[in-house]
Design a protein. Structure first.
Lengths: 161, 293
């Protein structure tokens, strides 16, 4: 009964079929079986946010989701968002503001930041902080990250006018 | 760490899930949103032989209102509750409380029923269920039981749920026009576990509470409905009534000490939360005491 389970899902727009052990979490599946190492693994119990990905449009912790639970789901990782250009302005803002040093938290941080930029485009600094409160960064002290997200929000709303 | 090996079964319906639990209940764990179960598995605090995944059972999802009762399906996610106009209208305490539950990425997966069945004594929603006088619907192959929230929680991660039972829904009486609510928790960081928290629901007749339910969390081995509220109802609240209620509160619970707080600190914060709740609901700043007594 601990046998391999067949799954079929979409990852960054591509159909993927695989056989996985029930205990394999989504983060390890993405990294080890699909080679998508942009999704980082930090705490492995849902605290640090480094493994944040999108499943069916919602950000989730890839370490708190089993690969078998993603049957028929649409998964998007930082590779997908990066390659499509969806977050290119956000990435540029992170660079401009020094919103990363070691970079370990950055993929998860970008996923969470893009989520608030989509759902609350007029978010203020306090709301941005709150939305990112589930993502740890041990380098920057968060200020520069909030700067970058806020700058991107303002730039996008300017563009929308 | 990684979870130890287990088998996996995706239940296609409630009947299917109940069959699986009847066969494997003792060795099985129900996987709902997994936001508490998965950390426990990854930390190897839990090592079931089988996970019964109920995530695909559509009949367990959703919010409905009928005959003065709000019914929340077990699989309703925290984010669905946060965004629900029906919840905001009929049980606004839940709307306030959900914003304190973890972080957005967790709220996108975590479920209402899962949180109640998990019964973490520091979590917000079990205390809300107490304050709202909710009824918890559980089902097994033998039929359905309706359990008052006040009876449901029995200890740390322990409830009246039997191994072959599934929590299917929660019923909450819709808020009356003169209902008031209060939610606050003290935590080190946004989204962290509360050091002490209070979910309260009351009925106000002018400046008098005709009813007041105080659901405390993180003050013991389970959420606690404080009987001390009896001191605050039936008459306009005075400073001495509040002091009596705080003394009674102190006598009825036995908070634990851990790395977050001493038992004494929890007692102090619980009394402060009571004062803050009463003064906020009544709009009476004079009641918000800072006395250490």
């Amino acid at each position: 009964m601990t046998d391999l389970v067949p799954i079929s899902l979409t990852v960054n727009g591509e159909r993927v079929s695989a056989e996985v052990l029930p205990r394999l979490n989504l983060a390890d599946f993405l990294r080890d079986q699909l080679g998508l190492t942009g999704t980082h693994v930090g705490c492995e119990h849902g605290v640090c946010g480094a493994c944040t990905v999108r499943v069916n449009g919602d950000i989730v912790r890839a370490c708190l989701l089993l690969a078998v639970q993603t049957e028929s789901a649409s998964v998007q990782t930082i590779e997908g968002l990066s390659d499509s250009g969806e977050v290119s302005d956000l990435q540029a803002a992170f660079r401009d503001r020094n919103a990363l040093q070691c970079g370990y938290c950055t993929p998860g941080m970008l996923m969470a930041a893009q989520d608030i930029l989509i759902h609350e485009p007029d978010a203020d600094r306090e709301q941005i902080r709150e939305h990112l409160s589930g993502n740890y960064c041990r380098c920057t002290g968060y200020h520069a990250i909030v700067d970058a997200v806020e700058a991107t929000a303002r730039a996008r709303s300017e563009q929308a006018r | 760490m990684k979870a130890s090996a287990f088998s996996y079964a995706r239940a296609s319906s409630v009947v299917d899930a109940l069959d699986l639990l009847a066969r494997h209940g003792d060795q099985a764990k129900v996987l709902s949103g997994g936001q508490s179960l998965m950390p426990a598995l990854n930390l190897r605090l839990s090592a079931p032989e089988l996970l019964v995944d109920i995530g695909a059972i559509e009949e367990l999802r959703g919010i409905s209102v009928a005959n003065g009762v709000l019914t929340i399906g077990a699989l309703t996610r925290h984010v669905d509750i946060l965004r629900s106009a029906e919840i905001a209208r009929h049980a606004p305490l839940l709307t306030d409380a959900i914003a304190h539950v973890a972080h957005p990425a967790i709220r996108n997966r975590g479920t209402f029923g899962g949180s109640l069945a998990h019964a973490d004594p520091a979590s917000e929603l079990p205390a809300c269920a107490l304050a709202l006088d909710a009824v918890i619907l559980v089902r097994s192959r033998d039929g359905e039981r309706r359990i008052q929230a006040a009876d449901f929680f029995t200890g740390i991660y322990e409830t009246l749920l039997a191994p072959d039972e599934l929590l299917v829904a929660v019923e909450v009486p819709v808020a009356k026009p003169n209902a008031v609510h209060f939610f606050h928790e003290y935590a080190r960081r946004k989204g962290d576990y509360a050091i002490v928290g209070l979910a309260a629901s009351g009925i106000l007749d002018g400046d008098v509470f005709t009813g007041l339910r105080l659901g405390y969390f993180a003050v013991g081995d389970k959420p606690m409905l404080a009987m001390a509220s009896d001191h605050l109802t039936g008459r306009p609240v005075t400073t001495s009534m509040l002091a009596d209620a705080q003394t009674a509160l102190d006598a009825e619970f036995d908070p634990q000490e851990d790395q977050q707080a001493t038992a004494g600190m929890r007692r102090y914060l619980a009394r402060q939360l009571m004062a803050r709740c009463v003064s906020t609901l009544l709009g009476r700043q004079d009641l918000e005491t800072r006395a250490l007594a």
